[in-house]
Design a protein around this ligand. Structure first.
Ligand SMILES: O=P(O)(O)OC[C@H]1O[C@H](OP(=O)(O)OP(=O)(O)O)[C@H](O)[C@@H]1O
Ligand SMILES: Nc1ncnc2[nH]cnc12
Length: 217
């Protein structure tokens, strides 16, 4: 039994999928349990992979696109995903001041994750979208090059940052964001992704910090 943020929580059956947090030097799999307030019905375990659609050859031949839109339109799937992410971050001891979310799919899960962790949210955006002075980050994608921006005055000195995105592929996007966060002098407490594409070994590009993931391919 846990007492999280002042409310009572109860352990129930292990869920699908295998969630974990680990960094490059250690790997810890949790006793996979879902916690719920006593007052509410316990979750049924959910197979999140069944809500992620594979689209072959998108956006380029040879890429299998992992499409999360079926998961997003599924009320229980969406709630389960956000709750499981937040719960796993809490169990991993991740207590950020800010969740940094990467445009565009990092804007979907970043804010509800920040809300549940009692943190603020900082958007990292595609070029030309932010109105004030920005830092610019260049990075490599699984299928091309891209560039991101963040407001220069978004970070307080020494603040604790959790980087959140829907998916890690080559790791270029998250690694570039991490570099920027560390260069500014913030403390990187970890990373959070729904999906990890293991074959692309993106985590090898990331600095040594806990990595929360829910689904692996
Ligand atoms: O690990 P990487 O190889 O860097 O790839 C992961 C990134 O790719 C996707 O975003 P994308 O750039 O396709 O933009 P979108 O979220 O706007 O679709 C995904 O949401 C991650 O941000
Ligand atoms: N294979 C993939 N599916 C969905 N989003 C991605 N971003 C980078 N690679 C991706």
């Amino acid at each position: 039994m846990y007492d999280l943020a002042g409310s009572q929580w109860q352990l129930t059956d292990p869920p699908f999928p295998m969630r974990s947090w680990h960094n490059n030097s250690q790997s810890v799999s949790f006793l996979d349990s879902i916690v719920k307030p006593f007052a509410q019905e316990a979750y049924l375990p959910m197979d999140l992979k069944s809500l992620i659609r594979d689209i072959p050859d998108f956006p380029k031949p040879g890429i299998v696109f992992r499409d999360i839109t079926p998961l997003l339109r599924h009320p229980e799937g969406l709630r389960y995903t956000v709750d499981l992410l937040a719960q796993t971050c809490k169990q991993a001891g991740l207590t950020p001041d800010y969740v940094v979310g990467i445009e565009s799919r990092g804007f979907i899960f970043g804010p509800p994750l920040a809300y549940q962790l009692g943190a603020g949210f900082i958007p990292v955006r595609k070029p030309g979208k932010l109105p004030s002075a920005v830092h610019t980050i260049e990075y490599e994608l699984e299928y091309g090059m891209d560039c991101l921006e963040v407001h220069q005055d978004a970070f307080d000195s020494g603040c604790r940052i959790l980087i959140a995105d829907d998916l890690i592929a080559t790791g270029g996007t998250a690694a570039a964001t991490a570099k920027l966060v560390q260069k500014i002098g913030c403390e990187l407490v970890g990373f959070s992704f729904i999906i990890e594409l293991r074959d692309l070994q993106g985590r090898q590009k990331l600095p040594d910090a806990p990595i929360v993931t829910l689904v692996e391919y």
